[in-house]
Design a protein around this ligand. Sequence first.
Ligand SMILES: NC(=O)c1ccc[n+]([C@@H]2O[C@H](COP(=O)([O-])OP(=O)(O)OC[C@H]3O[C@@H](n4cnc5c(N)ncnc54)[C@H](OP(=O)(O)O)[C@@H]3O)[C@@H](O)[C@H]2O)c1
Length: 223
Amino acid sequence: MKTALVTGAYRGLGFEVARQLSERGFRVILTARRADAGIAAAAKLKNASFLEIDITDSGSVARAASQVTELDVLINNAAIIAEGDSDILHIAPELVAQTILTNTLGALRVTQAFLPLLLKSQAGRIVNVSSGGGQLSEPGTWAPAYCISKTALNAITCQFAAALKDKRIAVNSVCPGWCRTEMGGQAAPRSVEEGAAGIVWLAADAPQDKTALFWRDREIFPW
Ligand SMILES: NC(=O)c1ccc[n+]([C@@H]2O[C@H](COP(=O)([O-])OP(=O)(O)OC[C@H]3O[C@@H](n4cnc5c(N)ncnc54)[C@H](OP(=O)(O)O)[C@@H]3O)[C@@H](O)[C@H]2O)c1
């Protein structure tokens, strides 16, 4: 049985990814920074346990990593869009830094902490949940701090993929599309089930030799 860990997973896409993987027979480690919500969410799933992780807190991440003995798939899902993230012409650089601290450096910190376990897997996978907003080829103007943080997350994907090329670990970014979650809002065209499907495919079904790529709907998506 393979083990997958999902960050920020008590609600939204993270929970749906955890749910779909548990239905697929994975042992799931559902993580969240809110223990009460995380425990309640994990209790709804088969073969799931809860671990408290605040991805911005090195102590929290290290404590969690010390409690895990096996890991095949890491899904860096947790992210924020900060209040006031609306206009690159006037945005406070501190707001950009705060967003990068969570969305980019949080994923970096969690990946480093769990890498020793992934290296013991026969076919490790790191899935970074990114966004079309992070594309350099087609930049938009909404939520610039968030988009910059996802561009940088994509760079982290490429860095880890290069560093782990000979270690049987696939490292990819994926965009779930615009989905109805607290972050996406209720006007979004996609359900969480639809958004999570591409993430789950990358976590469970994509060919192991596909690495250093950006995906959407099981197809390669331009950086
Ligand atoms: N929804 C969309 O349309 C869409 C589109 C493209 C990409 N995405 C990406 O998909 C992923 C999931 O988004 P979502 O739509 O499901 O958003 P969501 O419902 O807002 O969920 C985000 C999750 O991240 C958690 N989180 C934030 N900061 C954290 C921290 N420091 N430590 C641990 N957990 C933290 C949140 O928990 P708290 O309640 O504790 O903050 C929440 O559980 C994100 O990476 C997002 O960028 C979403």
